[in-house]
Design a protein around this ligand. Structure first.
Ligand SMILES: CC(C)(COP(=O)(O)OP(=O)(O)OC[C@H]1O[C@@H](n2cnc3c(N)ncnc32)[C@H](O)[C@@H]1OP(=O)(O)O)[C@@H](O)C(=O)NCCC(=O)NCCS
Length: 218
């Protein structure tokens, strides 16, 4: 079942920069990081957690660093999306969780419910000038071929349509990334055009709200 909780802001009491600044309510409410970290109470955005049949999509947390580095340092995984060592992975995690604050949408760490293993990341990406709110998916190589990416993408797309006033979502795989294009097709997305984005030859796939709801039952 997909949680439809929307993003809510936690009010900070006290002026900016004042020593007495503190969080007025339980700042970790809704934060389902399995290992709450020292600074979690300073988070301002309440990122929801989504649950699917086999997966949990939960907020990225700093304890994801090593498992994420293991996934993103694999050459085959990075063929179209690039690789990360531990240092650049930390920056990548920070950017992805920061997107929630900047844009009100972002991606989640994807965890197997059965084994509790971090298997990848999925969710939403939007940045100024982007062709639309993008569905993104990254699954580590040991877990390829189990349908995890479409399962996670269905949950995040349903959350996006329920919580944002957009009428379509896009996917933007590299034009040669057949595995990712296959995921877009499984979601019912259709090819729209090729476009060069950040110097990458990308294929833009789209799905409208009406098409999504017809496939998922609303
Ligand atoms: C693209 C990606 C997310 C797909 O995740 P997934 O959970 O394996 O998705 P699926 O199980 O639905 O498989 C999708 C397709 O990948 C291909 N595939 C599956 N297992 C594979 C394997 N072991 N090796 C190569 N291709 C494989 C198949 O064509 C499959 O389609 P099919 O089910 O119709 O046969 C994953 O391959 C990945 O993270 N790749 C690296 C990062 C990336 O490119 N992300 C997309 C950015 S736009």
């Amino acid at each position: 079942m997909v949680s439809r909780s929307s993003i809510s802001r936690i009010h900070v009491v006290g002026g900016a920069g004042r020593d007495d600044q503190h969080i007025s309510s339980g700042a970790v409410d809704g934060h389902s990081c399995p290992h709450p970290c020292v600074f979690c109470r300073w988070r301002r955005v309440n990122i929801p957690t989504l649950t699917t049949g086999r997966l949990v999509l939960r907020p990225i947390c700093r304890e994801d660093l090593d498992a994420s580095t293991a996934i993103w340092s694999d050459a085959e995984f990075g063929r179209y999306v690039g690789n990360h060592d531990r240092h650049s992975m930390w920056h990548n995690l920070a950017a992805n969780i920061g997107a929630w604050e900047l844009e009100g949408a972002g991606s989640w760490s994807v965890v197997e419910r059965a084994a509790g293993a971090l298997v990848g990341r999925a969710g939403l990406w939007y940045e100024p000038g982007w062709p639309g709110i993008e569905l993104v998916w990254f699954i580590g190589r040991p877990w390829w071929g189990r349908g995890y990416a479409p399962e996670a993408a269905r949950a995040s797309g349903t959350w996006a349509f329920a919580n944002h006033g957009v009428n379509r979502l896009v996917a933007i795989p590299h034009r040669d990334n057949q595995q990712s294009i296959r995921v877009a097709e499984k979601l019912g997305m259709t090819f729209e055009r090729y476009e060069t984005l950040h110097e990458t030859d990308s294929a833009i796939y789209t799905i409208t709200r009406a098409e999504w709801e017809a496939r998922t039952g609303g």
